[in-house]
Write a protein that binds this ligand. Structure first.
Ligand code: AMP
Length: 176
């Protein structure tokens, strides 16, 4: 499935910690046709049943922004702590390695808006679930999410589906 795109993703062993196989999308981004194909296939996978896209800082901004521009949808920035200037809503969460917090502007979701969540990779799903919780707290209906990469053995996509979110992914790295 999308082996051409998988071949453009560099694997860095033991980064940022021993035992982590870091899936580095900077090599995919450097390949113009590969980047364009990635965005085209994300667009084909997600359909049109949403009003806005939310990208998760920072690599989710890259794919979320490209997809939003292609589909002429507005973009919500789901940011790390203390980056947004206005009144924020926030959620703390545990990462595959470490802890973090995501925030959005409290007023960024129009009433009843359907939001598609985008990030580069889903592992345990902790980040995406925190973003879903946050967007729902802001008034969004979040029924779909898209990721370039899925690490299926870590169960994040299944956890997201259990939370009522359809999950689309392009490339799977199984066995980790
Ligand atoms: P998780 O919350 O466990 O689903 O982790 C997803 C977030 O951490 C995404 O924003 C990814 O960019 C990053 N991440 C987690 N594991 C990896 C990995 N093996 N390679 C690259 N990025 C990762």
């Amino acid at each position: 499935m999308n082996d051409d795109l998988a071949a453009l993703i560099r694997t860095v062993p033991d980064y940022p910690h021993a035992g982590i196989q870091f899936r580095d999308i900077t090599t995919l981004l450097l390949d113009g046709p590969g980047f364009a194909t990635t965005v085209d296939r994300l667009a084909a996978a997600v359909g049109t049943g949403f009003d806005l896209i939310a990208g998760i800082e920072a690599r989710g901004f890259v794919f979320g922004a490209a997809l939003a521009a292609k589909l002429a949808k507005g973009l919500i920035l789901v940011r790390k702590a203390n980056k947004l200037p206005g009144t924020v809503l926030g959620v703390n969460y545990a990462l595959e390695y470490g802890e973090d917090r995501v925030e959005i502007h409290a007023d960024c979701v129009p009433a009843g808006a359907r939001v598609l969540l985008v990030d580069d990779l889903i592992a345990t799903g902790g980040t995406a679930l925190a973003a879903v919780q946050l967007l729902r707290a802001g008034g969004a209906t979040v029924t779909a999410a898209a990721f370039v990469i899925d690490l299926p053995d870590l169960g994040g996509a299944d956890r997201l589906r259990a939370a009522g979110v359809d999950v689309a992914t392009l490339v799977e790295f199984a066995g980790e």
